[in-house]
Ligand binder design. Sequence first.
Ligand code: PLP
Length: 279
Amino acid sequence: MIHPDISGNKFWKLFYNVENYLSQNPNNSQIIAFGGAFSNHIFAVSALGKLLNINTLGIIRGDELKNNWQENPTLFKANQNGMEFRFVNRTDYRNKEKLIENLELEFPEALIIPEGGTNKLAVEGIKFMLGDEAKEFDYLCCAVGTGGTLAGISKFAEANQKVLGFKVVKDDSLESKIFELSGRKNFELIDASEKGYGKFSDETIRFINEFYKQFNIPLEPIYTGKMMRKLFELIEADFFPKDLKILAFDTGGLQGIAGVNDKLKNQKRGLIEFISDFH
Ligand SMILES: *Cc1c(COP(=O)(O)O)cnc(C)c1O
């Protein structure tokens, strides 16, 4: 509901980063972003580039898509927004510092955004997710990838609010990373990673389809679907005290569903059914 393509939290994470950069580089601007081939962040940066008429370059993890990236729905749509790509093999991609160093030399004027878009300015932008309506809730829930969004929610939450992060990645360092960015200990992390980042069970796909039928709200299986399914399990298990109010943030990511359904189809599994209603 924030923007159809620059979805959810990615919009607010980019907000101050891009504003700050454009105020210093009004001309000659370029944004460079990192991500996997189905990344919501990559797609959001491409859409923002189109909106603001800024060149965008995506540094994509894995070089297997070098010659057939057009078949990947995320990259195809990002390229339609004007984004160009560089495909980097996994070993070089892991060596991020070297990669960024080389890009800084090659593109000294560019804004280089880290993978997932998490940094101090990204965390600041999350305050826009916490309007007045959010104040009446006792629990604030959000899916956690790199933790930047949760750090922002934690930083800007009211003193009486408890923040719950649903981890979709198995990463034991998240707790300290989030604390470093938020400076508050008002959050708790809950494991919702299932079989790991980017992997989704048939139960989660079924949950998403049922959720859409019941509430007419589309979720996706990498972040929001895993959060919501785990949240419903916690409610069933009486994790929450009675009469307290829970707010769960829908952080978007619907662009990824086309790629998810390609994968499910190849594996002859049940699909996400509401895809035709969205791009
Ligand atoms: C990136 C993303 C998240 C996680 O945000 P982080 O700040 O990386 O933790 C949650 N939901 C969706 C849909 C996302 O694309």
